[in-house]
Design a protein around this ligand. Structure first.
Ligand code: 13P
Length: 287
C-alpha cells in the first residue's frame, strides 16, 4: 500500500531526523530502493520527475509497478510515491493515476500564481488524503532540462505558502540539483533559520542532496529539515558499478551479457548508496 508522506514527515520533524526521497528511473531503481528501505526498517519516499514518469511509460505504469513490487516483495515500511517538481497539469495527472504524494513546483512562477495554484491543490490533496509539497525560491542547477538559479527563499513568501496548509515546504537555501561547483558557498543556514522561524512546525524539504557535506546535512536536520531529496548520487553509483563491470570484461564472460547480470552491480550500488543516506539522515529503524 502507498501512504501519504504526512505522518512520516511529522514523526521525522519531531524525532529530529529526515526521510530520504530517492528518485526512480526504472524497475531496478525502484526495487533497489524498496528493498533497502525494508532492510533498514526505514520509511521512504520514491520521487518521480515528469521526465522519469514519461520514460517509464506514464504515471499509471509507475503506480502499477510500485504497488506490485510492494506486494510481491512484502514491503511493510511506509512508502510514499511522490511527484517531484510537478507542473499543475502533472500534479493533476498523478492524482488521477494514484500517487500518494504530490509536489507542485510553482517557484518559477510569479508568486501570486504559485500561491493560487498551490491553494487549488491543497484542497484536492486534503480531500483525497495525499501529502502536498510546495516550493518557494527555485532550487539551482539543472533537472530534466529546467535550469534554476539557486535562490534563497523569501521567508515571508514561505509563510504565506505554509499557511495554506501544505504538508511540507521546499525552500531554496542556496541548494543546487546535481554536482555542486567547487566555489559553492554552502547552504545558507541563515535563510533556513529565518524560514523556520516563520513557518513554525511545517516540515522543510532539502532538495539537491547530492554532494552536500555530511555536517551540513546534519545541521540542516537540526534546524527543521525533515525530507532530503537524493537523485544524482544514485545515478553516479549505478554508473560507476556498471562501468567497472564492462571495463573488467565481465559482460564477455559466460552469460555476462544477460541483462539481469549486467545490471546487478549497478543495482547493488544503488542499494549501498541508499543505505548510507538512510543512516546519515537517521531514518533507520524509524518505520
Ligand atoms: P540531486 O540530484 O542533486 O541529488 O537532487 C535531487 C532532487 O532534489 C530531486 O528533487
Amino acid at each position: 500500500m502507498l501512504v501519504s508522506a504526512k505522518d512520516m514527515l511529522n514523526k521525522a520533524r519531531d524525532g529530529k531526523y529526515a526521510v530520504g526521497q530517492f528518485n526512480i528511473n526504472n524497475l531496478e531503481w525502484t526495487k533497489a530502493i524498496l528493498l533497502t528501505a525494508q532492510e533498514c526498517n526505514s520509511p521512504v519516499i520514491l520521487g518521480v520527475s515528469e521526465g522519469a514518469g514519461k520514460y517509464m511509460c506514464g504515471y499509471n505504469t509507475v503506480v502499477g509497478m510500485t504497488k506490485g513490487m510492494i506486494e510481491t516483495l512484502k514491503i511493510t515500511v511506509p512508502v510514499a510515491l511522490h511527484l517531484d517538481h510537478g507542473t499543475f497539469e502533472g500534479a493533476k495527472a498523478c492524482i488521477n493515476a494514484g500517487f500518494s504524494s504530490i509536489m507542485f513546483d510553482g517557484s518559477h512562477l510569479p508568486f501570486e500564481e504559485n500561491l493560487a495554484k498551490t491553494t487549488a491543490l491543497v484542497n484536492t490533496c486534503d480531500v483525497l488524503g495525499l501529502s502536498l509539497e510546495a516550493e518557494v525560491g527555485a532550487i539551482g542547477g539543472e533537472e530534466d532540462g529546467v535550469i534554476g538559479q539557486g535562490e534563497c527563499a523569501d521567508p515571508d513568501e514561505c509563510k504565506k505558502i505554509a499557511d495554506l496548509g501544505v504538508t511540507m515546504l521546499a525552500a531554496g537555501i542556496g541548494n543546487i540539483h546535481g554536482k555542486y561547483p567547487a566555489n559553492w558557498p554552502g547552504l545558507s543556514f541563515e535563510t533556513l533559520e529565518k524560514v523556520k522561524a516563520k513557518v513554525g512546525d511545517m516540515p522543510l524539504v532539502l532538495h539537491g542532496g547530492t554532494g552536500i557535506p555530511d555536517d551540513q546535512i546534519k545541521k540542516a536536520i537540526s534546524l527543521g529539515v525533515a525530507k532530503i531529496n537524493v537523485n544524482t548520487e544514485c545515478q553516479f553509483s549505478f554508473q560507476e558499478a556498471t562501468r567497472k563491470y564492462i571495463e573488467e570484461g565481465k559482460d564477455l564472460q559466460g552469460k555476462g551479457f544477460d541483462p539481469r547480470k549486467l545490471l546487478a552491480p549497478g543495482f547493488e550500488a544503488i542499494k549501498a548508496k541508499v543505505k548510507e543516506k538512510m543512516e546519515l539522515f537517521g531514518s533507520v529503524n524509524k518505520a
